[in-house]
Every structure is written in C-alpha cells, then in structure tokens.
Design a protein around this ligand. Structure first.
Ligand SMILES: [Zn+2]
Length: 391
C-alpha cells in the first residue's frame, strides 16, 4: 500500500495517542537491563588521533614522588621503601626522567637513611626532601627544635621540605587526638623562616579535591573514588572547609615572603582562577601538577591559558608511588609518564588520565595541551632547576 502524507500523519497521531512506538512494530520490547555503576566501563567510539609519547621531548625533573616513607612507630624513625634505585633507574632512562625528587624523605634517622640510599650514590638522579617532625609538637621547645632540624637536614644534603596535608587535616594538639592544629599556627613560624634561611623550598600539599568535603552521594562527582575509600572524605566532623584550609595557607605565604612555597597539586586544581589570584599576589609561590592532570585536562582551554601565563611558575610532578595499587593515577612506571607527556605535548582528545579501566578520580577524560617547546622546557626542568638551586 502506498502511504500518502495524510495517512502517515494520521497514523502517527493515532499511535501517539495509543502510546505505541513505531519502531520494531508490534514486537514486545525487552526491559532495560540493570547495571551497577562499578561494572560500567564504556569504550569511547570516537575515531580521534592517538599519539604515543614514549619519551619526554626534553629532560624531566619529576619534583613530586614518594620513593620512601617514614615509619615512626619505633623509638627511631625508619625509612621504608618498596624499591631500590636500581629498580627505578631503567624506567627513568626510558622516559627521559633525569631526576626524581623524593619528597617524603622523612626526618631524624629516617632522613639520613633516605639520603644514603637515594641521593648520595646518584646525586644527579635522586633528590631528597625532609619533613617536619610533627609528633614532637607536644614538646615545649618544638618551634626551636623544628628550626634546628631544618638546618641539620640542609647540612646532611636535603634540598627542600615537604609538608603533607597532615597539617590542617590530621595533626592535632596531642598529635592524633585533641583539637586540629591550624596551618598558620605560630609554632611553625620558625620552620618557615628556617626554610628561607637555608634556601630550602617548601613543597606543600593543602586540603584535597573539593568533592572530598561534600557528602558521598549521587551528586558527588568523585562518588566511586570516595565510596571505595571513605576515609579520604573530610565531610563533617571538625574538619575545616576547603576554603578555610587554603586561606590559612595563604596567611602563611603572606607572612613569610622570603620562603618559597611550591603548591602541590596545582594548589587547588578545580579553581584555576583562584589559584591565578594567589600566583599574582604572592611571587614566592609556584605550582606543581602531580595527580591533577585529570582536573587540568578536562578544562583544556583554561589550563592552556594558565600554562601560557604562568609558564615560569609551573613544575612537572606526578606524585608517583612505586608499586602503589590504591591509586592508579600515581603508580610509578612507563604508562604513568606516557600519559603525562601526552597531556603536555600533544593535542590528542578525550583520553584516559590514568592507566585504569575506569577513570579512578572521576568519570571523565582529558584533552592534551600541545605546549610549545619553550614552555615544555620550563615545565619539564628549567623552573625546577631554578627553584631547587641546581643551576
Ligand atoms: Zn604526594
């Protein structure tokens, strides 16, 4: 039968009123299948360019790595490492990573051990930072003790100081109990000043992604990550807000203009315009990109402008942890570096920010920045050389 336009329209109207679909006429439709979010791993159907960047275009200083940690449960702090330099160096050579900075070099005896294992045998390949001896905060002369420890660390060979997010989120008046100690607590003033006096930059991690301060619910963009690691949430209890934590850090930065503050994780990667205000206001700051290409790469136009404007203030870092399994975005190895290089060097679109089936920090993908050579050189090594005093 030949359909006329009039008949077809009449048919459509009748179907619409009857609630009948025109597709696969009359066949019963299968019910939608239930599928748990955790089992959903969609593959992109985009046919877009995939560039494999096996080696960085210029030598790299990875300024944010964790090659060792400190175990302070005994009388003497001990350095704990899952790997040794010989297991790390071949990957570094393959990827053109000239130097790795082990931020968590520890304090006391652990620092000496970390320097002996990493930096002393390979001073061009490994650099070690020290950390504050936070558990001594309960002692009356802490401020003076901490300043002396910084001076001692410098003499031993440590090149900077790492301050974990412990400050602001975990450290309390009785170390693990009592009231939280604020980032701008006056007891640390001697430490910030000792850093400047000894020409040691502070690498500081403050707060965490904004979603970590919100309820773990269906509106949380990092639901799966927080649901898998509920202890990472800082929602509720007596935790300050993300903004309060950053404002406390800004007061420290303002109070110690001779101290250099390397703001890890882009300072606050979800809010580049706020971070830009900090960089404009405080010349004693720089930012590092570790574990935040997922944030930078999903706002590629803002990120590209940020790299243009602050090309002398941005440092390459990955937050790499050898053999770490909890956080795919941080597992040291070829794949991790290849993703960072692809992000910085190419204009590839919509690719994974971490070597994992499901994006571990949130279900989105990223876009490359395609930085020009002069900016790449600065971000890969020149800015770090200047701040670390290597050149
Ligand atoms: Zn880190």
């Amino acid at each position: 039968m030949k359909f006329t336009r009039r008949k077809l329209l009449a048919g459509l109207t009748a179907s619409a009123f009857a609630g009948v679909k025109l597709t696969h006429a009359q066949e019963p439709q299968p019910k939608p299948q239930p599928l748990d979010l955790k089992d959903y791993a969609p593959k992109s159907m985009l046919h877009v360019k995939e560039t494999s960047v096996l080696k960085a275009r210029f030598p790299v200083i990875d300024i944010h790595t964790h090659l060792s940690f400190t175990n302070n449960s005994g009388a003497v702090p001990k350095s704990v490492a899952r790997v040794n330099p010989a297991e790390i160096l071949p990957t570094m050579d393959r990827k053109n990573v000239r130097t790795m900075v082990n931020l968590t070099g520890g304090y006391g005896a652990a620092l000496e051990e970390s320097l002996r294992i990493w930096q002393q045998p390979n001073p061009n390949r490994f650099i070690v930072f020290t950390e504050p001896w936070f558990s001594k905060i309960v002692e009356a002369n802490y401020s003076q003790f901490q300043a002396e420890q910084i001076e001692r660390a410098k003499k031993l060979g440590a090149k900077g100081i790492k301050v974990l997010k412990t400050l602001g989120l975990y450290l309390r008046e009785n170390v693990t109990t009592g009231k939280l100690i604020a980032i701008d607590d006056r007891r640390f003033d001697t430490m910030w000043e000792a850093a400047a006096a000894n020409k040691m930059p502070i690498a500081i991690h403050t707060s965490d992604p904004e979603a970590f301060f919100l309820p773990i619910d269906r509106a949380n963009e990092r639901f799966e990550e927080l649901n898998a690691h509920p202890s990472w949430s800082f929602h509720g209890q007596d935790f300050p807000s993300n903004r309060e934590l950053h404002e406390a850090r800004l007061r420290v930065i303002a109070r110690h203009p001779k101290t250099h503050f390397m703001l890890l994780h882009v300072g606050n990667a979800e809010d580049l315009s706020w971070v830009s205000e900090w960089l404009d206001k405080y010349p004693n700051t720089s930012v590092e990109i570790g574990a935040r290409i997922g944030e930078l790469g999903r706002q590629p136009r803002a990120a590209r402008k940020f790299f243009d404007k602050y090309q002398d203030r941005i440092l390459f870092g990955t937050d790499a942890v050898p053999q770490g399994i909890e956080t795919p975005q941080q597992i040291f190895g070829d794949k991790l570096y290849e993703i960072y290089f692809r992000f910085l060097e190419t204009e590839d679109e919509y690719f994974d920010y971490a070597p994992a089936d499901v994006p571990p920090q949130g279900r989105w993908r990223i876009y490359g920045l395609g930085l020009p050579d002069n900016i790449l050189r600065k971000v890969y090594h020149q800015n770090a050389e200047r701040i670390l005093g290597l050149k």
